[in-house]
Design a protein around this ligand. Sequence first.
Ligand SMILES: NC(=O)c1ccc[n+]([C@@H]2O[C@H](COP(=O)([O-])OP(=O)(O)OC[C@H]3O[C@@H](n4cnc5c(N)ncnc54)[C@H](O)[C@@H]3O)[C@@H](O)[C@H]2O)c1
Length: 438
Amino acid sequence: MRISIFGLGYVGVISLACLARDGHEVVGVDIDPTKLDLIRRGQSPVIEEGIQELMQQVCASGRVSVTTDVNEAVERSDISFICVGTPSGANGSQDLTAVLRLTEQLGIALGKKFGFHTLVLRSTVQPGTLEEHMAPLLEQHSGKRAGEAFGLCFQPEFLREGTSIKDYDNPPFTIVGSNSERATAQLRELFQHLPCEFLSTQVRTAEMLKMACNAFHALKIGFANEVGRIAQALSVDSHEVMRLLCKDTRLNISPAYLRPGFAFGGSCLPKDLRALTYIAKGHDVNTPLLGSLLASNRVHIDHAVDQILKSGARQVGMLGLAFKTGTDDLRESPLVIVAKRLIGEGITLRIYDPQVNLSRLIGANRRYIEESIPHIGSMMSSSMTHMLEGAQAVLVGIYNQELGEQLRAAVQPSQRIIDLVNMPQRQGLPNPYSGVCW
Ligand SMILES: NC(=O)c1ccc[n+]([C@@H]2O[C@H](COP(=O)([O-])OP(=O)(O)OC[C@H]3O[C@@H](n4cnc5c(N)ncnc54)[C@H](O)[C@@H]3O)[C@@H](O)[C@H]2O)c1
C-alpha cells in the first residue's frame, strides 16, 4: 500500500520503518526538518533497539521518502497515519493543538485529492476527539463527507519504548474504531499478518480503551510498588509475594473484578484493606493508592444514591440487600449502606432478598444489621411482587436467572429500573432505565 505517516516521533518512526520493511511505500511527514534530514541519511531520529539497522535497510530499499508538504503526502498515499504528540497541558488536560492543526491541513489536502482516502489516528486522544473535533474540521476544510469521501479511524498504538519494534510486531490486539467499512477493510488487510486478533469497535470505545489501558498499567505498577514497600517494611520477600499473586489466573490475573458494576463490600475486602493500610501506617509506609480504594468505593455508593434521588422516586423497591447474589452475608454490604442513606432521605423503602431471612441471621451478621438499620424488619418484603408494589423505581442490586424472570413478570412498565448488576437481556423491557456506571 501507499502510506503517509504524520509525526515522526517514537510511534511514527517505528510505524514508518516497520511498514516499509513489510513492503509498503511510505512517506514520512514532520514539522521538524532535523528529523527529516536524519531519515534522508538513513538514520533514525529515535533510539530504540534495532531501529538504526532497520532504518538504514528500509531507506536503502527506496520505499521511504520524507517531506514537509502535507498535500504531497496525501496525494501520494491511500492511507495516512497521524502520530503527532498529545502532551499534557499545565492543568493536566490533553493538548490537542498538534492533532487539530494537522487535521486542518489534512482537510485542505483531502479537498484537493481525487478518490477515497483513509485517515488513521494513532495518537492517544480523549474520547470524542475524532467525532466531535476532527470529523467536523475535516469536513469543513475538505468540503467532503466523513465516512463517504474519506474514512476516519482510530487505531491505538500499544508499543512500549525500548521494545517498540518487537511490540509493533506482537501487539496484544489490533483495535480499530472506524466510521467506514472500507477503511476498516484496508486496515484489516494491512495488519492481517500480525499474530493477534483484529477487533473493530466504536470510535469512542477505542479512544477510551487506550486511555483505560494506560491507566490500568499505571495502576498495576503503583499496586506492585505499594505491596513491595509494605512487604519490605515487614521483612517479607516482595518479589515472591507478587510472583505468587500472579500465579492465580482465576481471580488475580484475569477478567474477574474488572467489569463495571457496583461497589465492593462483604466481610473480607473492606476489613482486610483497612488492616493492610493500618499496618503500612504503623511502619511509616505511605500507600496512597491502597488508601484510596475505600474512598473510591464510597464515591461509587454516593453516585448510586444520587442517581436514585435524582430519579425523583419517593418510594423505592430494592432487589437485594446482601453484599452479593446468593449469600445472606450483610456485613459491609454496600446495599445496606444505600438502604440506610435512602431511609435517611425520607424514601419509603421495600427490600426483597430471597437469601436474607432476618429471623435466621445469627452472630456477627445479625449484630451488623441490627446496629446498621435497627428497623430493617419492617422494610423487608417476602416476594418480588410485594417489593415492587407502589415503587416508582426499583434498584437491582442482585441478579440471577430466576430473579430476572420474577422481575420481568412483576415489574410495571412505568417503574424506573436502576441497575447495579448490568442485567442481561434487559433490551426488551419498556421501563425507563439507568445503569450505575454505563
Ligand atoms: N511513545 C510511546 O511509546 C507511545 C505509545 C503509544 C501511543 N503513544 C501516543 O502516540 C502519540 C505520539 O507519541 P510519540 O511519543 O511518538 O510523540 P513524539 O513527541 O515523540 O513525536 C511527535 C512528533 O510529531 C511531530 N509533529 C507535531 N506537529 C506536527 C504536524 N503538524 N505535522 C507533522 N508532524 C508534527 C513532532 O515534530 C514530533 O516529531 C502520542 O499521542 C502518544 O501519547 C505513544
